[in-house]
Ligand binder design. Structure first.
Ligand SMILES: CC(C)(COP(=O)(O)OP(=O)(O)OC[C@H]1O[C@@H](n2cnc3c(N)ncnc32)[C@H](O)[C@@H]1OP(=O)(O)O)[C@@H](O)C(=O)NCCC(=O)NCCS
Length: 167
């Protein structure tokens, strides 16, 4: 799996593996307080970096990174919650690589994986003031399906069920 950003240097998109622990920790360091606010909820610590690399199984928990020169620039995942529930999605790009097309490409690759694995759909939450994230999600087919976190976040859903998939 690889991709080239039209607005940046080439980046490879691939599954997270066990050896990615140090790179995932460095990725956390590349997220500003503002990016952490909108990327939350998740702790940006060693324990969580370990969880990311140890639970990346390419099936129930699909975790993709955008990598350039060994550096993780972006991370996108879905985590399954049971057979009848849509997996939950998250996406984050380090600050100096934002707005260069990487988030869109990571999300597109994640959706392709969900389709390939026969997932019925995907769901996420996004801060209402995060216009860039909203744009990326809408472009990838998500639609607003509710409000959460006391009206500061949208819930967005992508339905995949009924599509021609290998489910
Ligand atoms: C949100 C985020 C994941 C998007 O990834 P990205 O790589 O920066 O975004 P991309 O470059 O792929 O796409 C951005 C799109 O938003 C558009 N955009 C940028 N700023 C915008 C703004 N202020 N208002 C509306 N659209 C905007 C761009 O034009 C582009 O759309 P286009 O492809 O149609 O031209 C990334 O910026 C990020 O990690 N932010 C901090 C953490 C976060 O908010 N994560 C999302 C949690 S829900």
């Amino acid at each position: 799996m690889s991709t080239t950003s039209s607005r940046g240097a080439p980046a490879e998109i691939r599954q997270v593996g066990p050896d990615d622990f140090p790179a995932v920790l460095r990725f956390f360091e590349g997220l500003s307080p503002e990016s952490r606010r909108t990327f939350a909820p998740q702790p940006f610590d060693e324990e969580h970096a370990r969880r990311i690399v140890e639970t990346s199984d390419g099936a129930e928990n699909v975790r993709l990174v955008a990598v350039r020169g060994g550096e993780v620039l972006g991370y996108c995942y879905f985590e399954s919650r049971g057979p009848d529930l849509y997996p939950t999605v998250g996406l984050g790009i380090i600050d100096r690589a934002q707005n260069q097309g990487l988030g869109s490409r990571l999300m597109s690759a994640l959706v392709a994986e969900a389709r390939r694995l026969g997932k019925p759909g995907l769901v996420l939450t996004v801060h209402m003031d995060s216009a860039r994230a909203l744009r990326v999600y809408t472009k990838n087919g998500y639609r607003i399906t509710g409000e959460c976190s006391n009206g500061i976040q949208w819930e967005m859903t992508l339905d995949l069920d009924g599509e021609d998939s290998a489910r």
